[in-house]
Design a binder for this molecule. Structure first.
Ligand code: AMP
Length: 417
């Protein structure tokens, strides 16, 4: 049974909280962006204010074992500062029982990087490159077996479990999903997770219409499932960015040297046909900014999107496309945006993506519900200073993408079931 963080009585209880403190660090192990740490603070503070104590757990990076570079001790001081209490540190997440026993209400303990253990992800490590299928199978079975003890040890530290790590909610890992079964009556989402789930429901279940999805990014292959899921839900589908050229080429357009995936052309045509069948309006780019090189000082020109000359590649949406898309966005009551509509990392090619961010802010002001999901579109709205001018900015790239595909995320299911 799922509990609510708002009504749960934390008094005298120990809460083990899975957060996503996977923050970027520079060469001196300094945090360069603490957004994820800040995002978990409301949940952590709620437990302390309610008279509970905290056992905080997270991963950092992709270590293949104990690695100094990926130690969470680098972020301990900053977590303490934001939380307003001196957080203790357990150097081994599996040997923290004594420190946990000493925790008093209002105190907090941060466990060392969970991924120092292969059991967190449940994937075998150190397999020889020429390992046979049999060996791989045996190694997998062994790690799955030892994972049970790993989960049990983590669960033994606490009275209740809170999952506030949306960024890893699409993984069925020890700390994100498996641990939940040890807390059948004392498991809940943190505030960040609650916000993300509500945002997903707002577009997947309770969307007001007209509903428009803007899907951009580099490749059709990585967004195919999202496009198909959107066809079931939206009135308008704007397809921009590198992936748009596969659609244009599939329809007989000339796309010069633009990024595309020939093998995905049948899938693109299938999406266009299904959209027609379902009455979903598809908006591809009609005008493209093309460049003769993939660099900031390249020559550029605006051309019709299906007449890109050889030697030139599409790098951003042209103004004519942006004008059409803006009208669609402004007439929508729900707008979902995932993926940039150009190579926005290069400022000369960022105009289209920044314009979409501006359009979303304007639509929000007019009363639309707007959700920005996915790393690069999130970076664009943040860069524009529009993060608080849209309805919701998701913190999870891969997790949000899988949720938009209509999949049930293991981290969410484990709390709900
Ligand atoms: P994704 O991770 O699939 O959302 O894709 C994001 C990436 O798509 C960014 O790094 C963009 O630079 C890239 N992208 C967007 N438009 C284009 C384009 N026209 N050509 C090449 N890459 C693009």
């Amino acid at each position: 049974m799922q509990c609510s963080i708002d009504s749960y009585d934390f008094s005298g209880k120990k809460a083990i909280v899975r957060v996503d403190f996977n923050v970027p660090l520079n060469d001196k192990f300094e945090i360069t962006d603490d957004t994820r740490i800040r995002a978990a603070m409301p949940t952590l503070k709620k437990v302390l204010a309610g008279g509970g104590s905290l056992i905080i757990m997270s991963h950092l990076g992709r270590p293949k074992g104990v690695t100094e570079k990926f130690s969470l001790k680098h972020i301990l001081a900053h977590v303490s500062e934001l939380l307003g209490v001196q957080v203790a540190f357990a150097e081994d997440c599996q040997k923290a029982a004594a420190q946990v026993a000493e925790l008093k209400p209002g105190q907090a303990l941060l466990l060392e990087n969970l991924r120092f253990y292969a059991e967190e992800e449940g994937k075998p490590r150190g397999l020889a490159e020429d390992a046979t299928d049999e060996e791989k199978k045996a190694a997998k079975a062994a790690v799955k077996e030892s994972q049970k003890e790993f989960v049990k040890t983590l669960a033994s530290y606490a009275d209740c479990y809170i999952n506030d790590a949306f960024g890893t909610a699409h993984r069925a890992h020890a700390s994100t999903a498996l641990i939940a079964k040890y807390f059948p009556n004392d498991k809940m989402f943190g505030y960040l997770m609650e916000g993300e789930i509500k945002a997903i429901d707002n577009v997947l279940k309770n969307a007001s219409h007209p509903f428009t999805a803007i899907i951009g990014g580099s490749k059709v292959s990585s967004k195919l499932a999202v496009l198909e899921s959107m066809l079931e839900r939206v009135d308008n589908l704007i397809i921009g960015g590198g992936m748009g050229y596969t659609f244009l080429k599939a329809q007989g357009g000339h796309i010069g040297n633009s990024l595309h995936e020939d093998d995905l052309m049948p899938a693109a045509l299938d999406i266009l046909a299904k959209a027609k069948e379902k009455g979903v309006n598809i908006y591809l780019s009609v005008q493209t900014l093309v460049a003769d090189d993939f660099s900031a000082d390249a020559h550029t020109q605006l051309v019709p999107s299906n007449e890109i000359p050889d030697g030139w590649e599409g790098v951003d949406a042209g103004q004519k496309s942006l004008d059409i898309w803006k009208e669609v966005i402004m007439n929508s009551k729900t707008v979902l945006w995932n993926g940039p509509v150009g190579v926005f990392e290069i400022p000369a090619f960022a105009k289209g993506t920044l314009q979409i961010a501006r359009d979303l802010a304007e639509a929000t002001e007019k009363g639309a519900y707007t959700l920005v999901g996915g790393g690069d579109s999130v970076a664009a709205v943040t860069q524009m200073g529009f993060a608080d001018k849209v309805s919701y900015v998701s913190t999870g790239g891969g997790a949000m993408l899988e949720a938009l595909e209509g999949k049930e995320l293991p981290g969410i299911a484990a709390i709900k079931e």
